[in-house]
Design a protein around this ligand. Structure first.
Ligand code: G1P
Ligand code: ZN
Length: 542
């Protein structure tokens, strides 16, 4: 039975680039989820009788939110909801299901790499029929709707059993509960040489994958251990937990330190990797060597043709602006397209849909391709495995070979987390004013070539995005970029991206911190970071 329930707006339901993100208690307020999901449906048209994919990363409140979404979808006229068993779907797997099933769209419940649990973070994101995050046009409409909503539609009835595979009905809507891994595995099998990877494992190759007690556990266990024959125990922290075992499911050198230490130990496996809360990010560490996400993007692009899914070559590479320019050197040498977009995966969607780019990546450990419309952690791991199997070299040898061929972009990101928002905004405003006076100025051995506030003109839909980060570029190819995080939930986070280029053949084996010393000092003084944030040092370096 369909029921219309009167409601009043919540003031704070503005979806960001990754959907609506708030603390769990905020989402637990009565009508909060209902209001937002109804506002999403009210902002769409033409979904009557169509399918909606629903799933999440298993964090605290995942199941409760999914029950609400199912009821609202049924009452609003969707013909079918496809949900992952147990409410589980990694973000890339959800993107794939939307595409495979030609669904109208999907609702993904996740706060990505942010901590979970009763006081942790939660999130709701709408993805469109191409499998990618909703464009700004839709998220703006949703936000506008949340401010005027007066009622939502739901159906009455008991909760559905999300753990039992099969099809049932909620009102007149079909509800299909599917294995979350099956379709994703099928897609991966079309892209990679599973036979070669299986043979590599059979030959004694060892890896450890840290699922960080998050959504990739079931995917990695099935694909790596069962299908590819990596030994039992290859996947650690493989059971998704509502609070991720109390950890940040963020695969960086701080939160995935366990796997980093393992990779640097005497008994290190050949390859270590990890993924985040919802499975779209990746961390790659060879025996004795961390591969920066920017370098990983460049290596994957340069070697993708070794995997069957990319055997005919890639048409172009897209990277977010703060990502190092290592990938640009690959594109240049190969004579393929190279695109620089603002931070956020959504900017890749148009390029992928238009067939301009095949592989995309961000310095924040997101890499992916045109196989789905989200970044994809396990995809990156499997492409690395395919490359390792084809080249029969270690990660270290592949990296050294890559730098010798293309030169090396030493790179680091410094995050000043949870600083006062006012100081952070002042810092950006003052630095922006300073930019026009910088070209030609000398700082030690560094001379500024150009400085600007990055603006992006989308070559496909013609839209413009201004104020995407302050860039200071030097004559020797070095660069410092400043921007404020758009995903933090407390105060402001200042991100400073520091990069220098070493063409080789010498000086390719330097320590990154040492290679960047002068730039790091300059990054702090140029923006008066201590004065505006009260911090002498960043809280996280990646
Ligand atoms: C961060 C990353 C960005 C990524 C986003 C969503 O955004 O820097 O690359 O797309 O998370 O995963 P930020 O907090 O910097 O705005
Ligand atoms: Zn994520």
């Amino acid at each position: 039975m369909i029921k219309t329930v009167a409601t009043t707006p919540f003031a704070d339901q503005k979806p960001g680039t990754s959907g609506l993100r708030k603390k769990v208690p905020v989402f637990q307020q009565p009508r909060y989820v209902e209001n937002f999901v109804q506002s999403v449906f009210d902002s769409l048209s033409g979904f009557e009788g169509q399918a909606l994919v629903v799933g999440g990363d298993g964090r605290y409140f995942n199941r409760e939110a999914i029950q609400i979404v199912i009821r609202l979808a049924a009452a609003n006229g969707f013909g079918q909801v496809i949900v992952g068993q147990g409410g589980i779907l990694s973000t890339p797997a959800a993107s794939n299901l939307i595409r495979q099933r030609k669904a109208f769209g999907g609702i993904i419940l996740s706060a990505s790499h942010n901590p979970g649990g009763p006081d942790g973070d939660f999130g709701i994101k709408y993805n469109a029929g191409n499998g990618g995050p909703a464009p700004e046009k839709i998220t703006d409409a949703v936000f506008a709707r949340t401010k005027t909503i007066t009622e939502y539609k739901t159906v009455l009835g008991p909760d559905v059993d999300l753990d039992r595979l099969g099809t049932l009905h909620v009102g007149s809507m079909r509800l299909e509960i599917v294995d979350p891994v099956t379709d994703y595995l099928a897609l991966m099998e079309t892209l990679f040489d599973f036979g070669a990877i299986r043979a590599m494992f059979a030959g004694g190759f060892r890896m450890t994958f840290d699922a960080m007690s998050a959504v990739t556990g079931p995917y990695a266990t099935k694909i790596l251990e069962e299908v590819l024959g990596a030994g039992a125990g290859t996947v650690i922290n493989g059971t998704p937990l509502p609070d991720f075992g109390g950890h940040h499911p963020d695969p960086n050198l701080v939160h995935a330190k366990v796997i980093y230490d393992l990779a640097m130990s005497a008994d290190a496996p050949d390859f270590c990797a990890a993924s985040d809360g919802d499975g779209d990010r990746n961390l790659i560490i060879g025996r004795g060597m961390f591969v920066t996400p920017s370098d990983s993007l460049a290596v994957l692009a340069a070697n993708a043709h070794l995997a069957p899914g990319y055997a005919s070559g890639i048409v172009g590479i897209a990277r977010s602006m703060p990502t190092s320019r290592a990938a640009d050197r690959v594109a240049e040498k190969r004579g393929i397209g190279c695109y620089e977009t603002p931070t956020g995966w959504k900017f890749f969607g148009n390029l992928l849909d238009a067939g301009k780019a095949t592989i995309c990546g961000e310095e924040s450990a997101g890499t992916g391709s045109n196989h789905v419309r989200e970044k994809d952690g396990l995809w990156a791991v499997l492409l690395w495995l395919n490359i390792l199997a084809a080249r029969r070299q270690s990660v270290v040898d592949i990296m050294r070979d890559h730098w010798a061929t293309y030169g090396r972009n030493y790179y680091a990101r410094h995050d000043y987390e949870e600083v006062p928002a006012e100081g952070a905004n002042t810092l950006v405003t003052l630095l922006r004013d300073k930019l026009p006076g910088l070209p030609g100025r000398q700082f030690g051995t560094l001379t500024v070539a150009e400085a600007d506030d990055f603006a992006y003109h989308d070559p496909i839909d013609g839209s413009d995005s201004a104020h995407q980060g302050l860039r200071v570029m030097f004559t020797d190819g070095s660069r410092i970029v400043y921007r404020l995080s758009g995903t933090g939930t407390a105060g402001a986070t200042l991100r400073v991206y520091i990069e220098t280029f070493e063409p080789g053949p010498e000086r390719l084996d330097r320590d990154t911190g040492e290679a960047l010393t002068a730039l790091i000092d300059l990054s702090r003084s140029l923006a008066d970071i201590e004065k505006h944030t009260g911090r002498r040092e960043p809280s996280v370096i990646t």
